[in-house]
Structures are given as structure tokens and as C-alpha cells.
Write a protein of this length. Sequence first.
Length: 84
Amino acid sequence: MLTHPDLSHVLDMSAAPQEDKPLLVRRLLEILNRHGRATELPHRVVVDQARYFSNRLDDPQLFDRELAGYLLVTYRASPPGRNG
């Protein structure tokens, strides 16, 4: 799926158990980062519900600053457990 630079992909993880999502997203971001370093693809990665990862923005395995291209989306600016 990642070998087709002319296509966009959406991975809907809404059916995954809530407690599994952070680990699933972490693994996916690690794979995308490795692939991005090797191929310069994907150019953009959109992470919805980014509040679950906002306390880990400095983790290069999640968000590789040299690759850039991340769009983090959330309706709540603080991580879960803070301010509601």
C-alpha cells in the first residue's frame, strides 16, 4: 500500500478497542517513519485525536522532525486527564 505514491490512504481505527489505539498508532508511526526515511514517502501524515500523543511530540520514533509532514488534529488541546 505504501509503494503507490499517487494514492492517499486512510486507516480508520475507530473499531479498535480504545486501550489498544495508542500502541497501534505508535507502531504505525514507527513504520511510516522508517518507510519515509527509506523512500521519502509518505509526504504527509495526519494524526486525528492527537491529544493522546501531545505529551510525546519530542519522541523521534513517533514524530521524526527531519521528515516533518505531520498534521496533528484534536478537538481538545490538552492530553487526556488534564482539564477534563
